[in-house]
Design a protein around this ligand. Structure first.
Ligand code: IMP
Ligand code: MG
Length: 183
C-alpha cells in the first residue's frame, strides 16, 4: 500500500483501481483510432483541471497524429453543481476546420459539456465530439451527445485520477467514492 492509501483515511471507498482505469482509457483510444484514422486535423481539447490525467494517458494511446488544446471549465463547489459554467482560455484556440474531441473527466448534469460544445462550435470546427472517462448518466439534465464514454457509473461523488473534492484528491492513481463530506 502506498502513501495515498494512508492519506485516504476512511472517507474513501475504492471504485476503480489503476489497471481498470487503464482499460477504460484503452477502449476509448481504440475507437478514436478507428474513427479518425483518415483525419489529418484531429485536435483533443482537454477540460482542465479534472481531465488532465485522463488526457495525458489518452493522448499516449492515440496513434492518429493530433494536437492538444487546453481550456478550463468550473461548475462545482464542493460536491454540488453551481448551476452555471465558468469557461476560460477559450480565446485563440484555433479550431477552424479541425476535428475536435472535447475530453472531460466526468459528465453529471451535462451542463458543462453542453456549454463547451456550443462555444467551440462557434469557432468553426469541421466536427465536434465529446469524450468522458466517467458518465453519471442518471443525473443528466441537458441534451448532450457524448460519443466516447469510459464507464457509466451510479450517482456517487467520486475523486481521484484528476477528479477533486475542493481541489484535493486529484493525485490519487485510483478512483474512489467520497463517502463523507468532512475529509
Ligand atoms: P456537469 O456540468 O453537471 O455535467 O458537471 C461536470 C463537471 O463537474 C465535471 O467536469 C467535473 O469537473 C465536476 N464533477 C461532476 N461530478 C463530479 C464528481 O463526482 N467528482 C468530481 N467532480 C465532479
Ligand atoms: Mg471537469
Amino acid at each position: 500500500m502506498g502513501a495515498w492509501y494512508s492519506a485516504a483515511k476512511n472517507d474513501l471507498t475504492l471504485l476503480y483501481h489503476a489497471d481498470e482505469i487503464d482499460g477504460f482509457v484503452g477502449n476509448i483510444a481504440v475507437r478514436i483510432n478507428m474513427h479518425y484514422e483518415n483525419s489529418d486535423r484531429l485536435v483533443l481539447v482537454c477540460v482542465l483541471k479534472g481531465a488532465a490525467l485522463f488526457m495525458a494517458d489518452l493522448t499516449r494511446k492515440i496513434t492518429v497524429p493530433h494536437e492538444h488544446r487546453y481550456i478550463t471549465a468550473k461548475s462545482y463547489i464542493g460536491t454540488e453543481s453551481a448551476g452555471k459554467v465558468e469557461v476560460a482560455m477559450i480565446e485563440n484556440l484555433d479550431l477552424a476546420g479541425k476535428d475536435v474531441i472535447i475530453v472531460d473527466d466526468i459528465v453529471d448534469t451535462g451542463l458543462t459539456l453542453k456549454t463547451l460544445v456550443e462555444k467551440i462550435s462557434l469557432l468553426g470546427p469541421r466536427s465536434v465530439e465529446c469524450c468522458t472517462l466517467l458518465d453519471k448518466r442518471s443525473r443528466r439534465q441537458c441534451d448532450v451527445n457524448v460519443r466516447y464514454v469510459g464507464k457509466v457509473i451510479e450517482d456517487h461523488f467520486v475523486v481521484g485520477y484528476g477528479l477533486d473534492f475542493d481541489e484535493k484528491y486529484r493525485n490519487l492513481p485510483y478512483i474512489a467514492i467520497k463517502t463523507t463530506g468532512g475529509g
